[in-house]
Design a protein around this ligand. Structure first.
Ligand SMILES: *Cc1c(COP(=O)(O)O)cnc(C)c1O
Length: 401
């Protein structure tokens, strides 16, 4: 009998019990809305913003209903208007082009390199050719490009850098937190990310005007003064009447869920690292798979792992995915021309109209497989997964020759 893996790849850990007792208290008060406070009370949403800003090391923070909303609001707050061009790396998740599109912005896609990073030469070329003044940089699947070079290109062309840190919450590059390289950063606390409130997100920035606009954009009415990590009143006075209310506030229940998880994040990052290392070593030893060696300066969070199925014919990759699935191992293939589950490719976002081919993105993604690494897995689970994948890859690489 061949081995079958039985744990689900989408199972997160339970929410800490501290959250459960706090939620019960909040429910008993009925004051779920962040602005529904009694005299002297600070809402959980505001406290969360203060705590996350401190943890991230930024001056300002806004909690939002989702990562996608955080991106939309960041773009608006930074000045994107209908017709504004926005550079974006082509390897990303569907909410990224969705957020750009929702603001009326026009994405200008940038190619990626063999390590799934933004191709910085192509970034510079596209910046020059398009004249775009914004770059939405998605640290897709936690891969962090050379941030010194990215920031230098942005400076050279006066580009506002917005970081999508949905997969890099807690990651660092040369010791500096992902999200603190650009002008404004977005995070997601959707169930599959590093904090889990079902849905939710954050914006962080040190730019007072961006912060004030983002807060008013999120639907603060004129109650922004109660937020947890905000610029001074005179900044709000300047922007409050020119910023639309887009209703994307976080509620106190989800804020309480996140407040209980934030203190565990550093420890969880270490747990992810140990699972990732086990998987990386195992995958690297499988003939036919290529696992990218990551730069030591990239202190990523190993909440997912990618490999190139380089020894398998492209038309056999769906078979690999299927056979692994049959044995309980869930892989995603980013080269699939047909979008499935959470994955889609730039050429399937038809609402954007014609998108010029990105040859490297196509080539690299054609063999890219991805696997989630939930913290409910143990190292032994990782060894079982490695064994199953090795077995199935072996059958298909033999077929290749
Ligand atoms: C999840 C995700 C988002 C959006 O987050 P939501 O909270 O689901 O809206 C944005 N970018 C990337 C790369 C993501 O994975």
């Amino acid at each position: 009998m061949s081995k079958v893996f039985t744990k689900p790849f989408t199972q997160q850990e339970p929410v800490p019990s501290a959250a459960i007792s706090r939620i019960t208290e909040i429910l008993a008060t009925g004051r779920l809305h962040r602005y529904n406070t009694i005299k002297g009370e600070i809402s959980d949403a505001s406290m969360l913003e203060k705590e996350f800003a401190e943890w991230q090391g930024t001056q300002y923070c806004l909690a939002t209903t989702s990562g996608g909303q955080a991106m939309q609001i960041s773009l608006r707050a930074a000045g994107v208007k209908p017709g504004t061009k926005v550079l974006a790396n082509a390897y990303t998740l569907a909410p990224v082009p969705g957020a750009i599109h929702a603001t009326g912005g026009i994405p200008v896609f940038v190619d990626i390199d063999d390590n799934w990073h933004t191709d910085i030469n192509d970034l510079e070329e596209k910046a020059k050719d398009s004249g775009a003044q914004y770059f939405m940089l998605s640290h897709m699947r936690g891969h962090i490009a050379n941030m010194e070079r990215i920031v230098a290109v942005c400076k050279k062309y006066s580009i506002t850098l917005i970081e999508d840190c949905a997969h890099t919450m807690g990651a660092k590059w040369k010791g500096k937190r992902s999200g603190n390289f650009g002008d404004i950063a977005c995070f997601s606390t959707q169930t599959y990310k590093h904090l889990n409130s079902g849905e939710g997100g954050f914006i962080t920035t040190d730019n007072p005007e961006f912060a004030a606009r983002a807060i008013v954009n999120s639907g603060s009415y004129m109650l922004y003064g109660s937020h947890g990590a905000i610029p001074s009143e005179n900044i709000f006075k300047k922007v409050r009447l020119e910023s639309p209310n887009c209703s994307a506030r976080l509620d106190n229940i989800r804020a309480a869920i996140l407040r209980a998880q934030l203190p565990l994040l550093e420890e969880n990052i270490l747990r992810w690292q140990s699972l990732y290392e086990a998987l990386e070593e195992g995958f690297r030893a499988i003939p036919g798979l290529k696992v990218v060696k990551r730069e030591p300066c990239e202190q990523f969070v190993g909440s997912s792992i990618q490999f190139q199925a380089s020894g398998i014919r492209e038309d056999n990759i769906p078979l690999l995915v299927k056979r692994c699935e049959n044995r309980g191992v869930q892989l995603k293939w980013f080269g699939n021309p047909e979008p499935t589950a959470f994955t889609s490719k730039y050429d399937t976002w038809q609402y954007l109209g014609e998108i010029a081919d990105l040859p490297n993105t196509d080539r690299v993604l054609s063999k890219t497989c991805d696997m989630r690494v939930p913290l409910t897995f143990s190292k032994e689970d990782c060894f079982d997964i490695i064994e199953i994948i090795a077995d199935e890859v072996h059958k298909l690489t033999n077929k290749y020759s």
